[in-house]
Write a protein that binds this ligand. Structure first.
Ligand SMILES: [Zn+2]
Length: 244
């Protein structure tokens, strides 16, 4: 289940969070995730033993980094990466999104956590499955992986051009009846559902996957949205996960 924490101003998954694992999807009220202070302030206040904040330089790739802290800096930037996994304790993995899909992963038996960012480019190139493969490569088992898919643009607001439709159709023909909808003459794509279907296809049990059902563009009070705000008060939400 996805729940809202009114004190921390984050959404979180009850599949992910327990006494040792802490993850969340930030909101507009938490602050603009593009500003480093948002992450540092949050970690200093709410993550008692935090060691390092890990910030990937997101480039809409499907590159996944296996991170291990060098114990020198408390902010570590990783170049050209949209997904990170770690077995570190107290390293806070982060990504930022404003309409794209943020996803948090845990494999609690082997102590692996992960986070990834996927917009349409990462989704069509199966970023979520690459994350699962990476966790398995480092000893995880797909049946032990828990996944939370965070707030992103809903199919209500995500219309796509024909060219992009054909690109998705070619890769995900089997999901076509589930992920595409026609609305007022335009084709709409359900990006979050596509990621859910990829994760299920990779062998993660359905009961291990949480899914945030609302839309960032529709909910201005809670979320930044690139499509809605790009010319006005645009920001991005910070998502994070840490093993403590
Ligand atoms: Zn919407």
């Amino acid at each position: 289940m996805i729940a809202y924490d009114t004190d921390l101003k984050i959404f979180y998954s009850t599949l992910i969070n327990d006494s040792k694992y802490f993850g969340g999807f930030g909101t507009r009220e938490m602050g603009d995730g593009r500003k480093i202070d948002t992450a540092i302030n949050f970690a200093q206040t709410n993550i008692p033993n935090f060691k390092t904040i890990v910030i990937p330089e997101q480039i809409h790739s499907v590159n996944v980094n296996n991170f291990s802290a060098n114990l020198i800096d408390n902010v570590e930037r990783i170049s050209e990466t949209d997904g990170v996994i770690t077995q570190d304790l107290n390293s806070v993995l982060t990504i930022i999104t404003g309409d794209c899909v943020p996803i948090i992963f845990t494999e609690k038996k082997y102590g692996i956590i992960g986070i990834s960012h996927q917009g349409w480019r990462g989704s069509v190139k199966r970023m979520a499955q690459k994350m699962i493969n990476k966790i398995i490569e480092y000893g995880g088992k797909k049946e032990n992986i828990f996944v939370a898919i965070g707030p992103s643009i809903g199919q209500c607001c995500y219309d796509i051009e024909d060219e992009r439709y054909y690109e998705f159709l070619e890769e995900f023909n089997g999901f076509a009846d589930k992920i595409f909808h026609r609305h007022q003459g335009k084709l709409h794509l359900n990006l979050a559902l596509l990621n859910y279907l990829q994760i299920k296809e990779a062998g993660v049990p359905k009961k291990n996957i949480d899914f945030f059902p609302f839309c960032t563009k529709c909910d201005k009070k809670r979320f930044f949205s690139y499509r809605r705000d790009k010319k006005t008060d645009y920001g991005e939400m910070l998502s994070f996960v840490v093993r403590t």
